[in-house]
Design a protein around this ligand. Sequence first.
Ligand code: SF4
Length: 179
Amino acid sequence: MIPKVRVKSVLNRHKRRDSWFLDDYSVNPYYGCQFACTYCYTRGGRYGRESHSLAAKANAPEVLDRQLRRRASKREYGFIALGTSTEPYMDVERELEITRKVLNVISYHRFPVHVLTKSTLVTRDSDLLAEIAGKAILPPDLEGKVGGALVTISMSTVDDELARFLEPGAPPPQRGLRL
Ligand code: SF4
């Protein structure tokens, strides 16, 4: 089991919305990433070396609840990118369910979400994602143009053997293609 840490803040507000991900905010439920992709930008100049140490942000749901309550009271709705510097559906998530609890909070406060993942475990939370899609309040300029819950499954190759080298800890891409 990975270490659990407590954080003071979990919601990052972006200065500019990313035109590809549409996110005004980001949330990462974990530090580090078990998938250990050789090209991961979060490693900076450490390509091909060991990943950052892993830790679970154990109180992320409570902290996010407080932070989104404040944003919602000012109607500062915007897409939350879930998993910009970690994989939100690593194997530890099966037991810890921090990402699931974070989605619950996002749903409660009616924020739209964009989940970024390489894992088929995301399907476990399809109920919550459907709930968010049906109730999220979008920023005015995105209303009617896009749904309230987006999921991007990323893969750098469809060759399982090459993927074992590039993304040694991630599920094989062929599994993602079957979704
Ligand atoms: S899954 Fe994403 S965060 Fe994790 S190592 Fe790969 S690129 Fe980095």
